[in-house]
Design a protein around this ligand. Structure first.
Ligand SMILES: [Zn+2]
Length: 181
């Protein structure tokens, strides 16, 4: 896994206040399409443990919950413990990054070429167990400013995966097969 990251030119990032929300992470130099930009680090825990740590009280999410990212069906990454700058990357409805699991690591992969100075963002694509009612959408508002902003961090259940995202997954899978050979 690590060899795969080292083969690409190192990516320089910068963390500073964002016009979108709180702190954001920006490209300090140009980033190539499909580069592994940064690993989303943190403590690997079960979904059950994540729910224990960050319970939803009266329908209100703990703000720290936003630093929890699902790795796969068994595990989530709690970036409140051992998290790096990746936890400050904001949501965007027009993402330039996609989280892709590589073994037990989660990497944020560039969906396209990214210019120096651009803010990084990925689609948090939150899916609730319950229905995505207008009230639920308002609980997770989005102000990413993208022309196609859907106004919420929630992603429609069974929404089609964008072609750019499918392509990034395919490229990473192909690189992993090449490394295994
Ligand atoms: Zn948005």
């Amino acid at each position: 896994m690590v060899q795969m990251a080292e083969r690409v030119r190192p990516v320089r990032l910068e963390q500073r206040p964002s016009p979108r929300h709180g702190r954001g992470v920006f490209a300090a130099s140009a980033i190539s399409q499909h580069a592994l930009v940064i690993e989303y680090t943190g403590e690997l825990i079960s979904h059950h443990e994540a729910e224990r740590r960050y319970p939803v009280r009266n329908g209100v999410e703990d703000p720290e919950h936003t630093f929890v990212l699902e790795l796969n069906e068994e595990l989530v990454i709690d970036a409140n413990v051992g998290g790096n700058d990746a936890r400050f990357i904001n949501h965007s409805c027009e993402a330039n990054l996609e989280p892709i699991a590589i073994g037990n690591q989660m990497w944020l992969v560039a969906l396209r070429d990214i210019a120096a100075g651009e803010e990084l963002g990925y689609d948090y694509a939150i899916e609730l167990d319950e229905r995505h009612t207008p009230a639920n959408k308002r609980r997770f508002p989005c102000a990413c400013g993208a022309p196609a902003c859907r106004g919420t961090l929630l992603r429609a259940k069974r929404a089609p995966v964008p072609a750019q995202v499918r392509a990034a997954h395919a490229v990473v899978a192909q690189r992993l097969r090449a490394l295994a050979d």
